[in-house]
Design a protein around this ligand. Structure first.
Ligand code: ZN
Length: 332
């Protein structure tokens, strides 16, 4: 009797002890959660995917907020599209860059803004490149969709080439326009862009590391340029192709997805030639909707990958379909 009485008491005491411990743990974990400091930074901005035998890493340079209704035309149409999308002005524009590892070469398409947008916008490319497992010295080639601060600005800081082993490729219409004398004299209103072009491109020119190509050109196996002139004189897309899979990196063909897919004639004041930019956009939209290849867009929300389709019963109007997010667990 006394043994079983003792064991009953022991079991009860044990139960009380366990529930006390549980309560204390529960309370303390609740308190710990309540006291956790907020963490306001993002995860490193890179996104990995594959295209045939190629590895593609989208590298964010960060974002820049813009009152796009003031720099795009017609502004009222842009403002209404932002309101209808339940967003607000200024909107954050992503600055996306694309790193292609072909297995033989490491090719970077665009370089972000570097230090040109100041300390609060852009400038994160190198940090994210390293976070993604690469070093700037490993980059063999930089392909520029065009020369503009948010695409070529990250080439050099303080006159030093950030990609010391890379050759820079750009359509000759852009290098002649932005680095030559005649356009600079003819367009005093773009003096900042001309100055910044020299600031970030000249170190490569001096080192003999700038190669200009002329229109549609096969640059590397599986990588060729596609003229998309208008936004700048030599604005180019790059078609990446491996094992029958295709990715078109089309630079500044679209600045604001909320309006320009449904209304491709909406243009931005940074266009050197508005009419030519609209024609290029319409042609690229029609080709991409027909052929169904993947698109990589410099300013659509990171990672800016997706497809487009024609909008039914409406001519010259399209819909953007962001590519499904992929975790790549099988590759780990
Ligand atoms: Zn841009």
């Amino acid at each position: 009797m006394s043994v079983s009485f003792q064991s009953v008491v022991t079991r009860r005491l044990l139960r009380i002890a366990v529930s006390l411990v549980f309560s204390v743990n529960f309370l303390s974990s609740g308190l710990a959660n309540a006291a956790a400091p907020m963490v306001t930074s993002q995860a490193p901005g890179y996104y990995r995917t594959h295209l045939g035998a190629f590895e593609v890493t989208v590298l964010s340079d960060g974002t820049a907020s813009r009152d796009v209704d003031k720099i795009m035309h017609p502004g009222e149409l842009v403002r209404q599209a932002i309101v209808d999308s339940h967003e607000h002005l200024p909107i954050e524009l992503s600055i996306n860059n694309y790193l292609i590892n072909t297995g033989k070469q490491l090719v970077l398409v665009d370089t972000g803004a570097g230090e040109l947008f100041g300390p609060h916008a852009g400038g994160l490319l190198i940090r994210h490149l390293k976070a993604a497992g690469y070093q700037p010295e490993q980059v063999d080639a930089v392909l520029l969709t065009h020369i503009h601060g948010d695409h070529s600005g990250g080439l050099a800081i303080g006159g030093q080439r950030l990609f010391p082993n890379a050759t820079v490729y750009v359509d000759r219409r852009d290098s002649e326009f932005w680095l030559g004398e005649s356009a600079r004299l003819a367009h005093p209103e773009k003096s900042t862009t001309f100055r910044q072009s020299h600031q970030t491109m000249d170190p490569y020119v001096v080192a003999g590391k700038l190669k200009s190509f002329d229109g549609a050109t096969q640059l590397f196996p599986g990588i060729r340029s596609v003229p998309a002139y208008g936004h700048t004189p030599g604005h180019s897309a790059y078609l990446i192709e491996s094992q029958g899979q295709r990715l078109m990196l089309w630079g500044d063909t679209v600045h604001v997805a909320e309006i320009q897919f449904s209304e491709p004639t909406v243009s931005i004041e940074y266009d050197v030639d508005h009419d030519a930019a609209v024609i290029s956009r319409q042609r690229l939209f029609a080709d991409a909707a027909r052929d169904g290849y993947l698109l990589g867009s410099a300013h659509i929300s990171f990672p800016g990958l997706g497809h487009i389709r024609k909008q039914k019963d409406k001519d010259d109007s399209y819909v953007w379909a962001p590519a499904p997010y992929q975790s790549l667990r099988s590759a780990q």
